[in-house]
Design a protein around this ligand. Structure first.
Ligand SMILES: C[S@@+](CC[C@H](N)C(=O)[O-])C[C@H]1O[C@@H](n2cnc3c(N)ncnc32)[C@H](O)[C@@H]1O
Length: 442
């Protein structure tokens, strides 16, 4: 790979204007680069998670890719659907895959604009009043089963807000109105995380303080009002096709038509110690997307390998990168440090495997994607440098670009999105956008 493709400039130093680059993210300050603006709240803000990237990033890049209206944008790691929603708002067809059922549900609902806002609100008001009555009449607090509770972070939610949420959930599920339940469940997911629970995101999910009681129904109704308002405002793009498949980005068969994708914009997991299923655990359990430990294990097994909690003995994605020197060197260095320290920790033994399985999985995804791309398609992958394993630096964007090049993609450049200071090493960690083009040669 031509390393000049990578912009070395820091956020404080604008890129040289001669570069044919997307100076897009750089035009914003580091602090606000990842924030959602008030103007971007419609649809996007129905439910987002800490892993979401901001809509402006998608918009800027799709603009730069110079796509014509009606073209097809794909997000293989769709999360809560930022790319798909933004694509639809801009007049593109939006398709995605996502393996976490809660996120896939959220993205799908956020990009389904078929309901009538006024009818939705009327039903929401009826449901709220029913739920309030049932809550007032309750003699006993509703609880989760022991197994469900064991899946939650300890003290995620106090008994009274939990009780109210469970009553509201069941009243919602009993609504007979077509098309209402999914919006209502999504509004409840948002209420659970941001109003009812004790969860705190910073950026890891944790528990802070205790909300002994909260007005769960009022907060849910407020979220429903926002959804109804956004639906009422939809004009021309209501019927544009969009779909997020509950599927693995490494095995795309059955999801897409050959040579149908005009652009990709996505952010896969990064190789670090984040357990991606923790972020959505509370709402996943309460809404029935994860019902048991076994279910959770299956979900983790479907994820791209990116942390020590989802490495399994039968994993084989590493064979995709067995000849990549950089990856083998980094993995070797990490394992040498562990051996040097004499660590027998089960987690630390997995560190070097995460690196190989992660990049192997990304190689498998990029390989699988090729038949579905239209020749000339542009792709943007947002990824971050990591140093989670004994502080060995992993330049994720640079390595991903190298893998893509080995699979026949053209690497156009690597843009800096933002930087963050790693407190342990005092090094600037780059979050970058790897820009590729598929020219149609497998
Ligand atoms: C960084 S998040 C994407 C966030 C998204 N851009 C948004 O704005 O909400 C990465 C996503 O990849 C998903 N993921 C992990 N492994 C996957 C796989 N094998 N196939 C599809 N999605 C996967 C995770 O569940 C997570 O939602």
């Amino acid at each position: 790979m031509n390393h000049n493709l990578r912009h070395q400039s820091s956020i404080a130093q604008p890129l040289p204007s001669a570069a044919p680059c997307l100076d897009i993210a750089m035009k914003r300050t580091n602090g606000n680069a990842n924030k959602i603006s008030v103007a971007d709240r419609p649809f996007h803000d129905w439910y987002r998670f800490v892993l979401s990237f901001p809509p402006h990033l998608v918009r800027d890049y799709l603009g730069n890719f110079e796509l014509e209206t009606g073209k097809c944008v794909f997000d293989p790691f769709a999360g809560t659907g930022t790319t798909i929603v933004e694509a639809k708002l801009l007049g593109f067809v939006g398709l995605g895959t996502e393996i976490n059922p809660m996120a896939q549900f959220a993205g799908s609902v956020k990009s389904t604009w078929s309901a009538n806002g006024r009818d939705l609100l009327l039903e929401a008001e009826r449901i709220a009043s029913l739920a309030e009555t049932q809550i007032k009449r309750s003699r006993k607090l509703r609880e989760l089963s022991e197994e469900q509770s064991s899946l939650l972070l300890t003290n995620s939610i106090c008994p009274i807000p939990l009780h109210k949420s469970l009553v509201l959930r069941d009243v919602i599920m009993a609504s007979g109105q077509h098309g209402f339940v999914d919006y209502a469940k999504l509004a409840l997911a948002k209420t659970l995380v941001f109003s009812a629970s004790n969860l705190h995101f910073g950026p890891e999910v944790g528990v802070r303080g205790r909300k002994i009681d909260t007005d769960v129904v009022a907060s849910w109704l407020e979220n429903m009002r926002l959804i109804a308002r956004d639906l009422a405002s939809v004009e021309g793009n209501r019927h544009l096709n969009s779909n997020i498949y509950l599927s693995d980005a490494r095995t795309l068969i059955g999801c897409l038509q050959p040579q149908s994708i005009d652009a990709v914009f996505t952010s896969p997991p990064y190789p670090n110690e984040k357990d991606y299923t923790r972020t959505t655990r509370l709402e996943s359990v309460l809404l029935g997307f994860v019902s048991s430990k076994e279910h959770l294990r299956q979900l983790k097994q479907g994820l791209l390998r990116s942390n020590t909690r989802n490495i399994y003995k039968d994993d084989t994605d590493d064979k995709w990168v067995s000849s990549n020197e950089k990856i083998q060197r980094i993995a070797g260095e990490i394992e040498q440090i562990r051996l040097g320290r004499g660590s027998a920790s089960g987690f630390e033994k997995q560190y070097h495997k995460v690196v190989k399985q992660y990049f192997g999985g990304m190689a498998r995804h990029l390989s699988e994607l090729r038949p579905y791309l239209r020749p000339g398609a542009h792709l943007g992958y947002v990824v971050g440098d990591q140093a989670s394993f004994y502080q060995v630096m992993i330049r994720t964007g640079e390595i991903l670009a190298e893998i893509a090049e080995s699979l026949g993609y053209e690497v156009l450049r690597i843009d800096l999105f933002r930087t963050r200071l790693a407190t342990a090493t005092k090094q600037q960690m780059r979050e970058e956008v790897v820009i590729l083009r598929w020219n149609g040669n497998i």
